[in-house]
Design a protein around this ligand. Structure first.
Ligand code: SF4
Length: 408
């Protein structure tokens, strides 16, 4: 219908209570925050500082670190200090399982150095002690004024709650599918834990909820339900997303749909790195997801055609790659480097079929010569032909024009 074409864009953001994590606002209408997690041994102070610094430089606005034993907890204040000495104030989140209550009690400097504690209601402690251990961690957060993420996870779901819901379901007049009951248990686990934390005294503006699942359709249903039943700030993430393109596609599909529906205040793309691979890829993917959907602007956007039989050489691919890398490597602090420039679209196109048209829609664009075309590359600025580049230094010349354009 005509109205479908007139209205484009996401649903209004789901209203949530804002939580301050260190100096970063999450929820309550704040920009959607990118976060990531280290995979170093936290007891390795220098290694963890280096990875937090790399993730932070790549654009991670909060970083989670594993705190799994005494040595890790003891290292946290040194990591915080080391980062401060490098001028890095990115909030640190401690990821606790099983003995978090003990580690926080025995390492007050760790409890103080962290900005948020992540606890998993299914892994808070051992059977029969769970309630008191959960209470201990929440009381510690209250004492130190820290935020808490209550993160339910499909792989470590509260078994008592799941068993109870399964039994109720089996005895009901119209039993539901077992997977639906598990989804319900995920949502209830997060919400009951949040309610319990509030009863202990943790205010809503100190709490973020997550309910991570590894299957895209389950994840969407779980988060839609979570958002419909509460106004806690929401951390989105597909758990165990996987490696390479599989992880990127699955995470983008799930998170993209939820973000479009206005759900999600902070996101993490959980990618399994290739052996020796770069951990910062998950930050790059998170930024690109938010930017391509129009929620945030991190770096100039480069549009490039896929290339086809009309591109006669590798010049086009090389130019597209070189412009993309140039922008990511040379402009990591784009907003600080060029204050006042909100958005920049650069187009790199392979021939005249779509080249001039697409380049005219960009702020600055270039159309390389395709098969049978004159050996010239017209450059378009603000929709008008600006000049024509020729010769072997087209890439360098075009980069210089991009810089000139931004500076002007
Ligand atoms: Fe092929 Fe030209 Fe289209 Fe690029 S713009 S995909 S080179 S036809």
């Amino acid at each position: 219908s005509p109205s479908d074409i007139d209205v484009a864009g996401p649903s209004p953001r789901h209203t949530t209570t804002q939580v301050m994590v260190g100096n970063v606002a999450v929820g309550g209408g704040a920009p959607i925050v990118v976060q990531s997690m280290t995979n170093t041994d936290t007891a390795d102070v220098e290694g963890t500082i280096a990875q937090v610094a790399a993730l932070s430089r790549a654009g991670s606005e909060m970083v989670r670190i594993t705190v799994d034993r005494d040595e890790a907890a003891a290292a946290v204040p040194y990591i915080r200090d080391g980062l401060r000495k490098r001028g890095i104030t990115t909030p640190l989140i401690g990821d606790f399982h099983y003995i978090g209550h003990k580690l926080l009690a025995e390492h007050p400097a760790c409890a103080e150095a962290l900005d948020k504690y992540r606890i998993n209601p299914g892994n808070v402690g051992f059977k029969n002690k769970r309630d008191s251990q959960f209470t201990d961690i929440v009381e510690m957060a209250i004492k130190y004024g820290k935020a808490v993420r209550i993160g339910a996870n499909w792989g470590s779901l509260d078994q008592e709650l799941l068993t109870k819901l399964m039994e109720e379901n089996a005895n009901s007049a119209a039993p539901r599918d077992a997977r639906a009951v598990t989804r319900e248990a995920m949502v209830q686990s997060a919400l009951l834990s949040a309610k319990r934390a509030e009863e202990i005294g943790l205010p809503k503006n100190k709490m973020v909820l997550s309910a991570k699942v590894s299957a895209v359709q389950d994840l969407i249903a779980v988060y839609q339900t979570l958002a419909s039943r509460s106004d806690y700030a929401i951390h989105l993430g597909l758990t165990e997303a996987g490696m390479g393109s599989k992880g990127i596609v699955a995470s983008s599909a799930a998170l993209g749909i939820l973000l479009q529906q206005g759900i999600g205040d902070t996101i993490r793309i959980s990618l399994t790195p290739e052996p020796g691979g770069d951990r910062t890829l998950e930050v790059q993917v998170a930024q690109e997801l938010l930017q391509t959907m129009g929620f945030r602007t991190f770096v100039p956007l480069v549009a490039a055609c896929p290339g086809c039989g009309r591109t006669t050489s590798t010049t086009f691919q090389e130019l597209a790659r070189s412009i993309q890398d140039f922008i990511r490597d040379e402009m990591p602090n784009w907003k600080a480097q060029y204050p006042g420039v909100e958005q920049l679209n650069v187009a790199v196109m392979g021939c005249i079929v779509n080249g001039p048209g697409e380049s005219k829609h960009a702020d600055i664009g270039i159309s390389l010569p395709g098969t049978g075309e004159a050996p010239a590359a017209p450059v378009f600025v603000d929709g008008k032909k600006f000049k024509t580049l020729r010769g072997p230094a087209i890439a360098q010349d075009f980069k210089a024009l991009v810089i000139d354009y931004i500076e002007q």
